[in-house]
Design a protein around this ligand. Structure first.
Ligand code: C5P
Length: 233
């Protein structure tokens, strides 16, 4: 297959990252978690005490930062911030709840989008985010919009955190997720929305394997079980 880009956009908790990671592995291509890039910048700003409301300062920080996504066969995606592995640190509640500042800043988005396009031009990849099908890769060959009912998305997040042994304030989690959805959908630049030519997948009643299977079949025209082992990384 010649180089191609697969975009998976959708709201938080729809399962995008997991689906994108597994699908990328099955297709033997890279996985690009664009949310991780906005998170990494937010982490740096929080650490350095940069005022997140100061668009100019945040943009300057983005211009001085090197955010890399390292795909290694058989390993989780590694997120490097100026060479430091921040894969875990960017998942903190503090980072999660403050990432909207970077995400709403147009100049920051511009820098991120340019970098994402560079990565996409280098090799085939599966990317997940909010604006990949609409802004970053409008010409992508395969576009998906992954959604699920709000209650189901909340429950998935709760289960995920509990599985990690973390205490969960369910009421706060629901409020945070609703606030994040609202901000992602209403910001002026790169808002979350389904591209007209993106296939909508409602995963409310599907598990991860079923979603991956549906996307894999759509892309390759083959059943997931038919794929040759040579197609794996
Ligand atoms: O995907 P994830 O939940 O890790 O993304 C964190 C935040 O980063 C999102 O809530 C959104 O505000 C922002 N984001 C974005 N554009 C993307 C990916 C993520 O604005 N392409």
């Amino acid at each position: 297959m010649p180089d191609f880009v697969v975009t998976i956009d959708g709201p938080a908790g729809a399962g995008k990252s997991t689906v994108a990671r597994v699908l990328a592995r099955q297709l033997g291509v890279a996985f690009m978690d664009t949310g991780a890039m906005y998170r990494a910048l937010t982490l740096k700003a929080l650490r350095q005490g940069v005022d997140l409301k100061d668009a100019q300062a945040l943009t300057a920080l983005a211009g001085m930062s090197v955010i890399d996504l390292v795909n290694e066969p058989g390993q989780q995606l590694k997120v490097l911030l100026d060479g430091e592995d921040v894969s875990e640190a960017i998942r903190s509640l503090d980072v999660t709840n403050n990432t909207f500042y970077a995400a709403r800043t147009p100049e920051v988005r511009h820098i991120m989008v340019e970098w994402q396009r560079v990565l996409g031009a280098r090799r085939s990849l599966v990317g997940d985010g909010r604006d990949l099908g609409t802004v970053v890769f409008p010409q992508a060959k395969y576009k998906f919009y992954l959604d699920a009912d709000f209650d189901v998305r909340c429950q998935r997040r709760i289960d995920e955190l509990k599985a990690k042994g973390q205490a969960v304030d369910e009421k706060a989690l629901r409020e945070d997720l609703a606030a994040r959805d609202h901000r992602d959908m209403t910001r002026a630049v790169g808002p979350l929305r389904r591209a007209d030519d993106a296939l909508l997948i409602d995963s409310t009643h599907m598990n991860i394997d079923q979603v991956v299977e549906a996307l894999y079949r759509r892309i390759t025209g083959k059943q997931e079980a038919d794929r040759s082992p040579a197609g794996r990384v």
